[in-house]
Design a binder for this molecule. Structure first.
Ligand SMILES: Cc1cc2nc3c(=O)[nH]c(=O)nc-3n(C[C@H](O)[C@H](O)[C@H](O)COP(=O)(O)OP(=O)(O)OC[C@H]3O[C@@H](n4cnc5c(N)ncnc54)[C@H](O)[C@@H]3O)c2cc1C
Length: 430
């Protein structure tokens, strides 16, 4: 089959790889100049298969107000909120309060995570040296008793799903992470030893290069602006040269025909969804990262460590440390306030003093393609030659290997390896 994929982030490229290995002829359309330049560029680097959860959580709703008012709190919102921000918040509130939905979706996401781990282990063998990839585990720290209780409750669900985890005391945490020498409060932490890390952008670009050797065509600096339908099916995409990330250039458009299409356009999937008659209420949830050279590897995290006070994630990527933070509702505002970076730095230095050279750090901001309930959108749309692999929110790097394989299974009419009910594209239809 001839298949066109929209978007060359980590999700589009893993999808291209899965489809080409199944014998399909694949073309990937990307508006920017290379793969992995948008949200897949500077994320926290955690492949947290055992630490995935829905955005719409009753616990998050309870904490939202204190987090919003505290200057270093992890949740931020531009005031006054835009109509779209308000619609997203109302939908989130509704999903968070739907009885049992959080638990059902969390279980579904963890099952997808476990499958993604299996897919990654197969996929990364040929790429491992090129993206600082590891499977050395993840630790979620608790600085107070209430957080510790919450983490211990999560460990019950992980046990139930066969995902190995361990509760560690402060002494055991320092054995696992010798650099954890800061004097910030610490009562324990949950370790998920099978989780992974890696530089998502390097992975995406290395996999795109491998895809090219397998025959995939990448059309960079090319934007999909329209869709042509014929007898209820999609027949072609209208393409125009893009403008370095700005609005598409005027000019003659070109038509790209294919037998099937996969939408992997991250935060921009909503607009394309409208052109396709689909309701994809994906909102760009902003975050920030700092990537600093290590000062002293012995003082740095060995893998991924999450600080519960700031929700800052610190990850070792080879000889660098990547730290990310904040969940901000600000539409597509690309400003990087110094105060946000200062909070991220303070969080890491209070746990891992002397680990990284933040004076020489690169800063970045990006947008999580978030659905109002939280699970990504994976499946076949009502028009039978359109597939969706988008809305991956906070966990697109983690879940990409699984969701790509699942799209391959759907295209080939194979039984999906994971139940896709929680990820159904039609679940937002009004
Ligand atoms: C601060 C932060 C930290 C994060 N940390 C983690 C983490 O530790 N682990 C994890 O698993 N996830 C993490 N994430 C989330 C993860 O980065 C995303 O879920 C993932 O990158 C989404 O990938 P994607 O391919 O769907 O989107 P993108 O990487 O944004 O790719 C979509 C591509 O589609 C292209 N496109 C869009 N519209 C069109 C069009 N009309 N025509 C042509 N091309 C188009 C875009 O240019 C873009 O390149 C984090 C995100 C942020 C912001």
């Amino acid at each position: 089959m001839q298949i066109a994929i929209i978007g060359a982030g980590v999700v589009g490229v893993t999808t291209a790889h899965a489809l080409t290995r199944r014998g399909h002829r694949v073309t990937v359309i990307e508006r920017l100049g290379a793969a992995g330049l948008e949200t897949s560029r500077g994320n926290a680097g955690q492949r947290s298969y055992g630490y995935v959860y829905p955005w719409a959580s009753p616990a998050m709703i309870k904490k939202a107000l204190p987090w919003l008012v505290k200057p270093s709190g992890p949740l931020k919102m531009h005031l006054p909120p835009s109509p779209r921000t308000l619609r997203f918040l109302i939908a989130t509130w509704r999903f968070a309060n739907a009885p049992g939905l959080f638990e059902t979706n969390k279980r579904a996401m963890l099952q997808l995570g476990a499958y993604s781990r299996q897919c990654f282990l197969e996929l990364e063998e040929s790429l491992a040296p090129s993206f600082d990839g590891q499977h050395a585990g993840l630790i979620d720290l608790a600085s107070d008793a209430a957080t510790a209780e919450g983490l211990k409750a999560t460990s019950g669900l992980l046990d139930d799903l066969g995902i190995t985890c361990q509760w560690l005391t402060p002494g055991e945490l320092r054995e696992a992470e010798p650099g954890l020498q800061g004097d910030a409060p610490l009562v324990g932490g949950l370790r998920i030893p099978g989780d992974g890390t890696g530089d998502c952008q390097r992975f995406t670009q290395a996999l795109a290069a491998q895809c090219e050797t397998l025959g995939v065509t990448f059309r960079y600096e090319t934007e999909v602006v329209r869709v042509t339908r014929d007898k209820g099916r999609i027949r072609a995409l209208s393409l125009v040269p893009s403008n370095g990330g700005g609005p598409a250039r005027e000019g003659a458009s070109e038509s790209l025909e294919a037998d099937a299409f996969v939408l992997c356009a991250g935060c921009r999937s909503r607009q394309l969804g409208e052109a396709l008659g689909l309701d994809l209420p994906i909102y760009p949830v902003k975050g920030y990262s700092l990537t600093a050279p290590l000062l002293d590897p012995a003082r740095a995290p060995r893998s991924t460590v999450i600080d519960d006070r700031y929700k800052v994630v610190a990850t070792r990527l080879g000889d660098r440390l990547r730290a990310t933070g904040f969940v901000e509702l600000a539409e597509f505002d690309r400003n990087i306030p110094l105060s946000r970076l200062a909070t991220i730095r303070e969080a890491v230095e209070s746990r891992f003093p002397g680990a990284a050279d933040f004076e020489h750090a690169d800063s970045w901001t990006g947008f999580r393609p978030m659905t109002p309930d939280g699970p990504p959108i994976i499946g076949q749309a009502k028009r039978d030659n359109l597939y969706l692999n988008t809305g991956h929110g906070t966990f697109g790097w983690t879940l990409s290997a699984a969701s790509a394989e699942l799209i391959g299974q759907l295209v080939d009419n194979d039984e999906p390896a994971v139940n896709l009910e929680a990820f159904r594209p039609g679940r937002f239809a009004r």
